[in-house]
Design a protein around this ligand. Structure first.
Ligand SMILES: Cc1cc2nc3c(=O)[nH]c(=O)nc-3n(C[C@H](O)[C@H](O)[C@H](O)COP(=O)(O)OP(=O)(O)OC[C@H]3O[C@@H](n4cnc5c(N)ncnc54)[C@H](O)[C@@H]3O)c2cc1C
Length: 489
């Protein structure tokens, strides 16, 4: 175990850490002096340059800390990933995080500060389920009916509410922290819907509606979380107003990275972390060698799905390890399709943002703010459909995408040019989409966010507003405050 920062020479490190693992026998080891003052108590290493790590490093830097941000990839942004190269005419597409909603205050504040404009996105206008087309307007007016048993007229999202009303009332009557309400965490969304008398169609519709947003399946989602979402007025629906950063969401992480300048080091995955009360040593891979970077404190801003495979010496507390190992994550795939013409604008088109029960789940005109005549249709597939498509190669995934678009817009094949796929569960630095509240995981977030000695934790999975860009920044801000408080105490 580490005893004293000053003793961190290559020899003592190897000896003290008992480096007998194959990792350390595979690569030559060296010692880094990236911090000019090796005794400065303000030396902080942040691992992971997604929005959590970037915002944290940026705020710490502004506050006068001696910060260094270490990233495995060759770019900043993590799950904020705007693709530009595959497309013609300077078109771009968000293959990761896309929408900013009206309650995303951290994103909005950064955008204002860095002169980035958020434009409202298109709301849902078309519905293609069970092979039938209808429109949101038709559903609202009662002209179109959803072909799912047990649904009410007039809306698409929120059809499950009528079957869970008694538990929503329970929250209002007894309060969130009452044992009866908290016990709902032991039941899945699927089970509580069945208990409330919902037919299978309602569970299916929930799968295509809210569960798709969460990239999860109803049998794994906590009923508590669903009930609590429905006690708030802001639960996601076809009426939710969302925006996107004009010119691409990647401008936000790129701006933060630019502000940090040489304080970010790319292409350096963290492989091991050693810590004690005096400080930390991060062992990162740099080309074909290992480099140890000592610092006073460290922020782990990487997904739990990656952290669980990193060597930590000594290990974290049992409760932390349990949450890191078991935190539920979903599955998501996006497919961007470039077409020569924007046929979805035609008079008889079903719409520009279509809700479906096809393998693509959501299909919509992404390039609405970009000049034509070419355009991009983007799909967002999640849950079991993402897993199924994930088992196929890219050619087959694209075939399914093209065929689905042809079913929705029959003229689509005439204008097809090319497509590109991003399946996040095969991305080596996430291996998942984003976290969701699984059955029995109440309290995980608080444990995942809690510091352990000199090690602090950020990332969307540690945020109140989890699974979002805003949540990632929220966590970066929280850790900045924790570190400031630790400094002054
Ligand atoms: C398909 C998809 C759609 C989404 N849609 C939306 C949306 O519409 N709106 C919204 O707000 N959010 C959306 N999100 C969620 C949002 O992208 C995330 O919540 C947020 O970007 C996570 O930020 P983060 O910093 O916590 O994690 P990440 O962005 O994952 O950042 C973690 C960083 O750590 C790096 N890293 C990992 N392992 C190591 C290692 N060993 N060493 C060094 N670095 C490492 C990674 O490369 C990455 O850069 C979406 C996500 C996906 C995947």
């Amino acid at each position: 175990m580490i005893k004293n920062q000053n003793q961190f020479t290559r020899r003592t490190f190897i000896k003290k850490a008992g480096l007998t693992t194959s990792l350390f026998s595979l690569y030559p080891l060296s010692y880094s002096s990236i911090f000019s003052n090796s005794t400065d108590d303000k030396r902080i290493i942040v691992i992971g340059a997604g929005l959590a790590g970037l915002s944290c490093a940026y705020e710490l830097d502004q506050a006068g800390f001696n910060v260094m941000l270490i990233e495995a990839r060759s770019r900043p942004g993590g799950r904020v990933n705007t693709y530009r190269d595959p497309f013609s005419d300077n078109l771009y597409s968000e293959m990761g995080a896309e929408y900013v909603d009206s309650s995303d205050t951290y994103i909005q504040e950064y955008c204002k500060k860095f002169n980035l404009k958020i434009l409202p996105a298109k709301q849902y206008d078309g519905v293609y389920v069970k092979g039938q087309t209808s429109s949101i307007e038709g559903l609202r007016s009662g002209r179109d009916l959803l072909p799912f048993k047990g649904t009410l007229e007039g809306k698409l999202f929120g059809q499950e509410v009528q079957y869970i009303q008694k538990w929503i009332d329970l929250v209002k009557l007894k309060g969130i922290n009452s044992p009866e309400v908290q016990a709902l965490d032991r039941i899945s969304v699927e089970d509580i819907l069945k208990e409330g008398g919902a037919p299978k169609d309602i569970i299916d519709l929930y799968t295509y509606a809210n569960a798709t947003e969460e990239t999860a399946v109803p049998s794994k989602m906590s009923a508590l979380y669903m009930i609590l979402s429905n006690t708030r007025t802001s639960n996601f629906s076809e009426n939710t107003v969302e925006g996107r950063i004009l010119g691409g969401n990647d401008q936000l992480p790129k701006t933060l990275a630019q502000k940090l300048g040489t304080k970010i080091m790319y292409n350096r995955p963290l492989l091991r972390l050693d810590y004690n009360s005096n400080g930390i040593i991060a062992t990162v891979k740099e080309k074909q060698r290992l480099v140890q970077i000592p610092a006073k404190k460290c922020v782990l801003a990487i997904p739990a799905s990656i952290l669980k495979n990193i060597e930590i010496n000594p290990g974290f507390s049992e409760e932390k390890i349990n949450c890191i190992n078991n935190q539920q994550y979903g599955h998501a795939m996006k497919i961007a399709m470039q077409y020569r013409q924007r046929f979805w604008d035609n008079k008889n088109s079903i719409g520009q943002r279509v809700f479906t029960d096809t393998p693509l789940r959501r299909v919509y005109h992404f390039s609405i703010d970009q000049p034509g005549p070419r355009g991009i249709l983007l799909s967002f597939t999640s849950g079991e459909d993402a897993i199924k498509l994930g088992k196929l190669d890219n050619k087959k995934r694209l075939n399914i995408a093209q065929n689905t678009c042809r079913n929705i817009w029959p003229e689509a094949p005439m204008f097809w040019e090319k497509g590109v796929v991003k399946y996040w569960n095969e991305d080596p630095w996430v291996k998942a989409s984003y976290s969701f509240a699984g059955v029995g995981q109440k309290g995980f977030r608080e444990i995942l966010a809690k510091p352990e000695g000199p090690v602090f934790f950020a990332g969307e999975h540690t945020a109140i507003q989890r699974a979002s860009m805003n949540g990632a920044i929220e966590s970066g801000m929280r850790v900045t405050d924790e570190l400031k408080r630790a400094e002054s105490s």
